[in-house]
Design a binder for this molecule. Structure first.
Ligand SMILES: *Cc1c(COP(=O)(O)O)cnc(C)c1O
Length: 382
């Protein structure tokens, strides 16, 4: 079955739901059992609300089908998906390799909590490719990849990273929030745990924080056990919203990817813009890797402005009417925020301010008009 069809057919309710086409929201902590044997038996599909309800199970099954995974678990945020995946693959005395282009809060988790529990993290240049093998130590347990890099949009060579890790028995984790499994399938590329901030494109309506981790066969046991021991759970309401979003993911992502690329192409022609960071642009340094590994583009990208003062930048951003200034991305509405990447193992140079743009579902012409007026304010006398 094609992904577009899976998005529609997976995670649908069984006959117990009177023919309802959407799995209802189950709000329950307690599941009652008819008999002592049932209570104590292992055959019940649901035992306790924290562990699963039909609402959360439906979303898990839909994401697992899309990822081609053995098992998906849900967590209360995308960040929790990153931290759970890491906690499930390493312990005290072990070593973790994390991309220097990783989502900032994932970096902070490694540097604080993980360090406190005796796991050492080394950050690697996201463009290191097969050279990653030079960073492996006997105690290296896992390699954390993110593609493209948060804020800077570099494209790591995932097949080269995975091949090196596999050759050394090192578990691979990949934050695939940008592409979603529609544009890139981590497990098919040999990754062991695929991570999604479903808050972004999966839910797609800026109304919920939720995350998912999907395990390749053989990796589900440690994931499910760690998830259960940590007591992580997601409400039926949040699972329902994410599953409703998932039904239209293919349409939204295609349109937002198209709009984002149209904005990127237009921005490339503007003298106020020093560089556009978008792997689907033919001139982008990551373009060849993107073309080889991904089947399409998302609508999130970066721009580096030509050097400009803070007051002018504020005039540009404060006056935008369609681009909201706020964190997160992948929702129906266009967003713009300043981006300040932190790098410790590699460099990312930009002379002017770096901005991140999430293309929404508005008409591209209107978005371009908004940016055009903004760039005129940027260079106008203050
Ligand atoms: C937003 C984001 C997350 C975290 O998702 P939240 O739901 O905000 O916690 C993780 N990884 C990436 C790449 C993200 O962009």
């Amino acid at each position: 079955m094609k992904d577009e069809t899976l998005l529609i057919t997976s995670g649908r309710p069984g006959p117990a739901h009177f023919g309802a086409v959407s799995t209802p929201v189950y709000r329950t902590s307690t599941i009652l059992h008819e008999t002592l044997a049932a209570l104590e038996g292992a055959s019940q599909p649901f035992t306790y609300g924290r562990r699963a309800t039909p609402s959360t199970r439906a979303l898990e099954e839909a994401i697992a089908a899309l990822e081609g995974g053995a098992r998906t678990v849900l967590v209360p945020s995308g960040l929790a998906a990153c931290t759970l995946a890491i906690l499930s693959v390493c312990g005290a005395g072990q070593h973790l390799l994390v991309s220097d282009g990783v989502y900032g809060p994932t970096r902070a988790f490694c540097q604080t909590v993980l360090k406190r529990y005796g796991v050492e993290t080394t950050f690697y240049d996201p463009l290191i490719g097969a050279g990653i093998a030079g960073q492996f130590r006997p105690e290296t347990a896992a390699l954390f990849i993110e593609t493209p890099s948060s804020l800077t949009f570099e494209m790591p060579d995932v097949p080269a990273l995975v091949a090196a890790a596999r050759a050394h028995g090192i578990t691979t984790l990949l934050d695939n929030t940008w592409a979603t499994p529609l544009l890139f399938k981590p497990l098919a590329a040999g990754v062991d745990l695929a991570i999604l901030a479903a808050t972004k494109y999966i839910a797609g309506h800026s109304d919920v924080n939720i995350g998912a981790v999907t395990a390749a066969p053989g990796h589900e046991k440690a994931l499910v056990e760690t998830h259960g021991r940590l007591g992580l759970t997601v409400s039926g309401d949040d699972a329902f919203l994410a599953l409703r979003g998932l039904r239209t993911l293919a349409l939204r992502l295609a349109r937002q990817g198209e709009t984002g690329l149209a904005l990127a192409c237009w921005l490339e022609t503007r003298p106020e813009v020093a560089r556009v960071l978008h792997p689907a642009l033919p001139g982008d340094p990551g373009h060849a890797v993107w073309r080889r590994d991904f089947s399409g583009t998302a609508g999130l990208f970066g721009i580096a402005l030509a050097p400009v003062g803070k007051p002018a930048l504020a005039r540009f951003m404060d006056g935008l009417e369609l681009f909201g200034m706020g964190y997160s991305w992948g929702g129906f509405e266009s967003l713009i925020v300043p981006a300040n990447p932190v790098r410790t193992a590699s460099t990312f140079a930009a002379d002017g301010p770096l901005l991140r743009i999430s293309a929404g579902l508005e008409a591209p012409e209107d978005l371009i008009a908004d940016l055009s007026a903004g760039l005129a304010r940027l260079t106008a006398e203050g």
